[in-house]
Design a protein around this ligand. Structure first.
Ligand code: 5GP
Length: 204
């Protein structure tokens, strides 16, 4: 990749329970020139999460301050907490010549693409609605009510599929992963992104 060139912005979204996190972790492990866009959030860390790696875990006051200083490209309320992507994430990736992987919800995907129309959006679907419901139920310490709420939210999220360039059904992890890496590899050689190579060759 070319230092100083605009990074490829790859947005991966899904309803919770579709296996997006596993897919993203695999992609980041394979491609070290791809950087995870670390979001800021006001939610509490989960036991295995690391501050600065999974998220920047911040207080409501810090989040408010960042908003006042216009430090976010986008932010949204998701499941009762606030999440935001800082402008610094894109700047740092551009300087380092690395592409960026965003794990954001559909609101974030929409706002990033409004500002960066070249950003690529990929949506991960579960194999079926039944599987999604079972996975959500298994995760939870949840009451029937909160499970129902999360299930409805997942359906709403799936309704936004037309915001994305690619729809990937996560039926079998290996196949889904091959599809995800194929998107990254192909998008990296999209003509508009690498036109400069041809132009340099002919001295333009
Ligand atoms: P979780 O709390 O399970 O890590 O994430 C909940 C949801 O928030 C996921 O759908 C995730 O993609 C989304 N999310 C994480 N970071 C951001 C962000 O910076 N902006 C937006 N809009 N959504 C985010």
């Amino acid at each position: 990749m070319n230092k100083g060139k605009a990074p490829l912005l790859l947005i991966v979204s899904s309803p919770s329970g579709a296996g997006k996190t596993t897919l993203c972790h695999k992609l980041l492990a394979e491609f070290d020139d791809l950087k995870f866009s670390v979001s800021h959030t006001t939610r509490q860390p989960r036991p295995n999460e690391v501050d600065g790696k999974d998220y920047y875990f911040v207080s409501n006051e810090t989040f408010d301050e960042m908003l006042e200083n216009d430090l976010f490209i986008e932010w949204a309320h998701v499941h009762g907490n606030r999440y935001g992507t800082s402008r610094a994430e894109i700047r740092t990736a551009a300087v380092a010549g690395r592409d960026l992987l965003f794990d954001v919800d559909f609101q974030g995907a929409r706002k990033i693409r409004e500002q960066y129309p070249d950003a690529v959006g990929l949506f991960v679907l579960p194999p079926s609605i039944e599987v999604l419901r079972n996975r959500l139920a298994k995760r939870g310490t949840e009451t029937a009510e909160s499970l129902e709420r999360r299930f409805k939210a997942a359906l709403d999220e799936i309704r936004t599929h037309d915001l994305f360039d690619y729809l990937l059904v996560n039926r079998e992890l290996d196949i889904a992963y091959d599809q995800l890496r194929a998107v990254l590899i192909a998008e990296r050689i999209r003509q508009s992104r690498v036109a400069y190579v041809a132009q340099e060759m002919i001295g333009l």
